[in-house]
Design a protein around this ligand. Structure first.
Ligand code: NAP
Length: 249
């Protein structure tokens, strides 16, 4: 196991059961971080924890639905109980059930707002008092290129949630600097994960499958997250946008 500025850091990751979160957990654990993993699919979290430990890493897992504030509290308090501190929280949980606005998938709009915005805020609420006490910490939020440009038709509400992540991250940056808490927004383009399959609209799902033919592997994003964490404490990487070289949107 390689040592780095990441070694020994306690890193909480939401949405760690697949895709970017899972890949980030594996990479950071491999570099010596103590990872604390949450998502709803506890069987996948358990399997990931076993894998990381089997490779000599340090990991614990929780069943965490980020729309349930008490479960997010349990995740963060679980990390604190085990390790006595939290160095980084990666707010990565997200869903992208997209469809034209006129399809009126109002329940999906609600879910996106609940997971992508409110879930992230619940994580901030859980971790912030601990980081303020420590006078140190790092909040990393996963946004999207759809947080810079409206992904319409189809992704209008998804984009709205990621624009919100951008506003929240910038607001946190301004408000938390006196507490020595770093903030970073990671904005991926098309990355090969299960995300596009979460659309219930058949036509949209087919379009997304076309778009995702150019997807880059998940570890491209994990490496960027490792890079921002490993900077010296006085260096804050505020934003990273990562796209496939050939992606236009
Ligand atoms: N893939 C891309 O092209 C892309 C591009 C831009 C941004 N992103 C962002 O990257 C992040 C990770 O997505 P991904 O691409 O890795 O997709 P993914 O493989 O579908 O992962 C999404 C993760 O979010 C978790 N999640 C969903 N609902 C949740 C809830 N209610 N509570 C807790 N966790 C929940 C899922 O776990 P459970 O289902 O087990 O709860 C899963 O671990 C998302 O914020 C996404 O918007 C992805």
């Amino acid at each position: 196991m390689a040592t780095s500025n990441i070694a020994g850091k306690v890193v909480v990751i939401t949405g760690a059961s697949s895709g970017i979160g899972e890949s980030t957990a594996r990479l950071l654990a491999d570099r010596g971080a103590k990872v604390v993993l949450g998502a709803r699919r506890k069987d996948r979290i358990d399997a990931l924890v076993r894998d990381i430990r089997g490779a000599g890493g340090n990991a614990i897992g929780f069943k965490t639905d980020v729309t349930q504030r008490h479960q997010v509290e349990e995740l963060v308090q679980g990390a604190l109980k085990e390790h006595d501190r939290i160095d980084v929280i990666v707010n990565n949980s997200g869903i992208m059930p997209i469809a034209p606005v006129a399809a009126l998938k109002v329940e999906e709009w609600d879910r996106m707002i609940d997971v992508n915005i409110k879930g992230l805020l619940y994580s901030v609420a859980a971790a912030l008092p601990i980081m303020q006490r420590q006078k140190a910490g790092h909040i990393i939020n996963t946004a999207s290129v759809a947080g810079f440009k409206v992904f319409a038709p189809g992704g209008t509400v998804y984009s709205a949630t990621k624009f919100a992540v951008r506003a929240i991250t910038e607001g946190l940056r301004i408000e938390l600097k006196q507490d020595n808490i770093r903030t970073t927004m990671i904005s991926p383009g098309v990355v090969a994960t299960e995300l596009p399959e979460s659309s219930s609209d058949e036509a949209t799902r087919l379009q997304l499958r076309e778009l995702y033919k150019i997807a880059i592997p998940v570890d491209s994003i994990a490496r960027a997250i490792a890079y921002v964490i490993e900077q010296p404490v006085e260096v804050e990487i505020d934003e990273i946008v990562i796209r496939p070289t050939v992606q236009e949107f």
